[in-house]
Design a protein around this ligand. Structure first.
Ligand SMILES: NC(=O)c1ccc[n+]([C@@H]2O[C@H](COP(=O)([O-])OP(=O)(O)OC[C@H]3O[C@@H](n4cnc5c(N)ncnc54)[C@H](O)[C@@H]3O)[C@@H](O)[C@H]2O)c1
Ligand SMILES: N[C@H](CO)Cc1c[nH]c[nH+]1
Ligand SMILES: [Zn+2]
Length: 433
């Protein structure tokens, strides 16, 4: 990996490079995605099946688009029962963490009969996109579905791309069944997002689409926003490690590579105050690359978006981390909790050398669907909040309204909205008349 001093020039280059990963930069894909979406809107299933054949090389039609109970049974037979137990344990950790996010309706009442409150209602029908192009993501099934379940969503439908044989990876099916998905459709990419947003003969439209995916998925979600709601756009994975001379270079290298293997567009950045660590991490990266199965993807991702930056001070390292606002931020320094208090922008913060990023991807409990591309400046991890909506409650008695009615009338008249003023006035005209 390239090692550079963190100065204003390298910082500018890095930020410009990272910007290239933004879905907003992908003009060349945008047109294709728009075409896919418009064909899905107009032609429904026919377009969906044609695109599945073109991009996933799978023959899908109305008779096999929906995963059957038989396919789920087969999936259980194909995977190790030990893995089912691991999925169940991970699910429990994720459930317990997300239960703490649950919000409840509340009502405040006063003796004059005023009741103000907030009613929390789960969304009715949610579509979960589970990526499945370059890798299968049963862990993403759990991360999307469990918060929806905790929120109390009525119906959860899932789409994921089929393999060339028209089947979905067994582990993904088992995770979906364990988590309680209601229906699973074999559809991927922008065409699946279009089907969830507009509906087709086979797929009923949903109220919200959540879940990560590649550039086609991310752009499609952005484009259908408004027809349906979406969660934050979670794109190609990112990791930024802040480390000092106390960090273990082997651990740091391994963690950087863990995210680079997701995608050629993934980014892996180390910012360190130690030149020695920088050198050692670079060597460890090369050593690991000899053995890792996805080295081709990793090399491309590191060539494009892999950086080792040597900062003069920890404050400089923290500043650049805040500016990049990485999806994952690891802190491997002698006082990681102190550094953590100075972090403003990051999707998930991993503290200390034993909180390696994949712990969060699979098992610890917090959600791994996180804001990418600097959007951690204003977006949060996927959570139970994504699956609820709130309604305000206002209840007033005559006594309560009488105390303030002239103030509302005056306010409405100041806006020249006399019908508003009248709707208050009319309730008191007998007494005053
Ligand atoms: N941020 C997160 O929480 C998170 C979690 C898991 C995965 N990810 C990211 O999700 C992404 C998964 O990507 P993936 O590709 O493996 O799976 P994917 O399911 O997102 O994409 C595969 C689909 O892309 C479509 N596609 C492929 N080539 C196309 C083309 N030329 N034109 C139009 N459509 C095309 C196909 O329809 C295919 O079904 C990776 O970038 C990974 O880093 C992010
Ligand atoms: N690191 C990914 C989010 O960027 C999530 C994931 C799933 N499986 C492995 N990793
Ligand atoms: Zn990962």
């Amino acid at each position: 990996m390239r090692i550079q001093k963190l100065d204003s020039r390298s910082k500018k280059n890095l930020l410009e490079d990272l910007l290239k990963r933004s879905p907003n930069q992908y003009g060349q894909y945008e047109e294709g995605v728009a075409k896919i979406l418009s064909r899905i809107k107009e032609e429904g299933d026919n377009a969906l099946f044609a695109y599945t054949e073109e991009f996933d090389h799978a023959k899908i039609d109305k008779n096999n688009i929906r995963v059957t109970e038989e396919e789920i049974r087969e999936a259980y037979e194909q995977i190790d029962s030990g893995l089912v137990d691991i999925i169940r344990e991970a699910m429990e950790n994720i459930r317990v963490y997300h239960e703490k996010q649950k919000q409840y309706s509340w009502f405040d009442s006063k003796s004059d009969g005023t009741i103000l409150g907030q009613k929390v209602t789960p969304l009715q029908r949610v579509g979960v996109y589970v990526p499945g192009g370059k890798a299968a993501y049963p862990s993403s099934v759990l991360m999307n579905v469990i918060p929806a379940k905790v929120a109390g969503v009525d119906e959860i439908v899932m789409t994921t791309p089929p393999g060339r044989d028209g089947k979905v990876t067994p582990t993904t099916l088992v995770a979906a069944h364990e988590a309680g998905v209601d229906v699973i459709y074999k559809a991927g990419g922008a065409q699946a997002i279009g089907a969830l947003a507009y509906g087709t003969e086979s797929i009923k439209r949903v109220d919200k689409i959540v879940g990560p995916g590649n550039i086609y998925v991310a752009l499609a979600k952005k484009a259908v926003y408004g027809h349906v709601s979406i969660d934050a756009v979670a794109g190609p994975s990112e990791i930024l490690v802040i480390a000092d001379e106390t960090a273990n270079p082997r651990y740091v290298a391994a963690d950087l590579l863990s995210q680079a293997e997701h995608d050629e567009l993934a980014s892996a950045i180390l910012v360190t105050t130690s030149e020695t660590l920088a050198e050692k991490v670079s060597e460890e990266v090369d050593r690991f690359l000899e053995t890792l199965s996805r080295s081709e993807i990793i090399r491309k991702s590191l060539d494009n978006y892999g950086y080792i930056l040597v900062a003069e001070t920890m404050e400089d390292a923290i500043d650049i981390a805040n500016e990049i606002a990485s999806e994952h931020l690891e802190i491997q320094t002698k006082d990681p909790y102190n550094v953590m208090t100075k972090i403003r922008n990051a999707g998930a913060i991993f503290i200390g050398e034993y909180a390696s990023e994949p712990l969060g991807d699979y098992f610890a409990g917090p959600n791994h669907v996180l804001p990418t591309n600097g959007t951690a400046r204003f977006f949060s991890p996927l959570s139970v909040d994504d699956f609820i909506k709130k309604s305000s409650i206002i209840g007033y008695s005559r006594e309560a309204l009488e105390k303030i009615h002239t103030k509302i009338e005056a306010f409405a008249e100041a806006e020249h909205l006399t019908a508003h003023a009248n709707s208050i006035k009319v309730r008191f005209e007998e007494q005053e008349g």
